[in-house]
Design a protein around this ligand. Structure first.
Ligand SMILES: *Cc1c(COP(=O)(O)O)cnc(C)c1O
Length: 235
């Protein structure tokens, strides 16, 4: 199947999942995750109608963005080292992966230097997995408050990446918990905080995420194909 064909299929499934949940399909946006794909794959998806892409790695993203010729917009969704925030300043519409105040401060500083404001999501590690990024659920409210106090940041919602399950339904409690946290934060009416986005759901579980309220689904392999694992060259 071509990238355009996969995209069409995914968009249909997103629409069906939204309707089944009694939601407006326009309330769910697709972030096409293009990590490890080259610029030509992004251009191909863009010609297939996709405008929004998500990237994980700073170096790869910066060089790819310079090579893409179609008009696209970008979200940064991966783990971000504070000292690399400078390289992506002003290049992305939304950073999904703010999980600590030191990173937020650096994003604030770098966007501020450009006279811009950065929209961010706070990433939550609901399962407390040691291998994953994200603030602990108990720390989210305080982190949102601290991040929202920075002059060049706006908090737009929360993001999570649940543990992997063979059965997508296994992820449901994590999606539900993210939504509960988001409602809890919204109830605090913190200035500069709008809990409008819930970034959750990937290739294997986005329909469950949509049923639980996702507004941004991050889908890579179901659009671009399985990512190649780095293999050592054959002798
Ligand atoms: C790679 C990645 C995705 C997409 O995963 P697929 O299973 O390929 O759809 C989504 N979110 C994050 C944070 C990722 O790193």
């Amino acid at each position: 199947m071509s990238i355009a064909g996969n995209l069409e299929n995914i968009c249909r499934r997103i629409e069906a999942a939204a309707l089944k949940a009694g939601r407006d399909p326009a309330s769910v946006r697709l972030v096409a995750v293009s990590k490890t794909q080259d610029a030509s794959a992004v251009d191909e998806a863009a010609r297939g109608g996709q405008r929004l892409f998500g990237e994980n790695y700073v170096q790869e993203f910066v060089s790819k963005a310079a090579q893409v010729s179609e008009p696209v917009s970008w979200h940064f969704i991966g783990a971000l080292q504070s000292n690399k925030a400078r390289q992506i300043a002003g290049m992305v519409e939304l950073v999904h992966s703010v999980d600590r105040l030191t990173l937020a401060r650096e994003i604030d500083r770098q966007w501020g230097r450009l006279g811009k404001t950065c929209d961010v999501l706070v990433q939550v590690n609901i399962a407390c997995e040691a291998t994953k990024c994200g603030a602990a659920s108990d720390d989210v409210l305080e982190l949102v408050r601290d991040v929202a106090a920075l002059p060049h940041l706006r908090v737009k919602g929360l993001m999570t990446m649940p543990p992997f399950f063979d059965d997508p339904d296994g992820a449901r409690p994590y999606f539900r918990e993210l939504r509960r946290l988001s409602e809890l934060v919204a109830g605090e009416r913190i200035p500069n905080v709008e809990m409008t986005e819930l970034s959750m759901g990937m290739s294997g579980d986005f329909e469950v995420a949509i049923a639980e309220g996702a507004t941004l689904v991050r889908i890579g392999s179901a659009i671009f194909g399985e990512r190649e694992l780095k293999r050592s060259p054959s002798p």
